[in-house]
Design a protein around this ligand. Sequence first.
Ligand SMILES: Cc1cc2nc3c(=O)[nH]c(=O)nc-3n(C[C@H](O)[C@H](O)[C@H](O)COP(=O)(O)OP(=O)(O)OC[C@H]3O[C@@H](n4cnc5c(N)ncnc54)[C@H](O)[C@@H]3O)c2cc1C
Length: 337
Amino acid sequence: MPGGRPVALTFGDRVLDCQPGETVLEAFERHGVALSSSCRSGTCQSCMLQAVKGSVPAAAAVGLKPAWRELGYLLACTCRPSGDLVLQRVGQGLELPTCLLERTWLSEEVIRLGLEPPGDFSFRAGQFVNLIRDDGLSRPYSLAGLPGDDSLELHVRILPDGAMSSWLADAPLGTQLRLRGPSGDCVYACDDREHRLLLVGIGTGIAPLVGVTRDALRQDHAGPIQIVHAAVRGTQLYLLEPLQQLARQHPNVSVFGIALHPEGVPGVLEGELQGLVARLAGGASDPRVLLCGDAPMVNALRRQLFLSGVSLGRIGADAFVGSAQAPSPGLRPPPPG
Ligand SMILES: Cc1cc2nc3c(=O)[nH]c(=O)nc-3n(C[C@H](O)[C@H](O)[C@H](O)COP(=O)(O)OP(=O)(O)OC[C@H]3O[C@@H](n4cnc5c(N)ncnc54)[C@H](O)[C@@H]3O)c2cc1C
């Protein structure tokens, strides 16, 4: 019989005791809390939960992607906690009040918004939130900054007829909003500071990757960080200059701007994104890859990388579903085949 003392599992508004040697799943079942489960041996991952406070035993995260471990994900069936945990279902967050503090135009079609960070809000650089308007209209947007920044930074591409984006372009500063989240696993996994990071941002998909890069550098990432900023037109590469400046300050950072039509913007490669990504992914060491932005292109790149030998566990992706059919992100993926 294992020794020790019971620990407390906080789940929503309930606090459950978990006895020494007992798994989180067993404790939930004993207390009549429903949690889907199947294999009960850490394989099927049906009983995955997220610890938002407390330390997750290593055995409870075996087989999970590094980014998921970073986010406190655990398998309830193999988790025998040695201390108190605050748990939630994966992807579940409270709706929190926020307020529009600042707006700057970063290009002809992209605005940078600063939102007031809600008191109880924590996130990892690279995640996204659902932004909710007073009337309930809700859209996901990626966080471009780091926890601890003065405001929560979003980069929003304005679609002239887009319900949320065109409204955000004009909403008065001070407007009250709500946000739910954070969600997503496009985050820096700091379990290996030597690995090569390949970060591919299409259009505003570069926003979360700026946060990831800052996070990696803050954690003294020593391996190469290759950042690709892609768009149809060179003038849409709205973060190219600041990224190039970052690369000048950090020898392990390199930046590639690529567009189908560079339009004379200095330092922009002309061509197809798929070719560049294939070339970079095939370098000397296996990269960890994060892909963000235009959904068809992200999905096509993920497939291309997988077929060329990069395991899915090394690829994180946020496909910006919803903005996909707008004409100007445009980088069309190759036909399926
Ligand atoms: C995980 C995730 C993260 C995201 N992060 C970001 C982000 O950081 N930045 C960002 O800009 N977006 C992001 N998006 C996309 C974002 O959530 C919205 O889908 C986008 O802003 C459009 O919303 P909307 O209400 O303005 O447009 P909607 O009213 O929802 O209209 C969207 C659709 O209408 C059509 N449409 C609307 N206006 C036009 C137009 N002028 N021309 C052509 N077609 C049009 C398009 O087909 C488009 O698919 C993200 C999406 C996901 C899923």
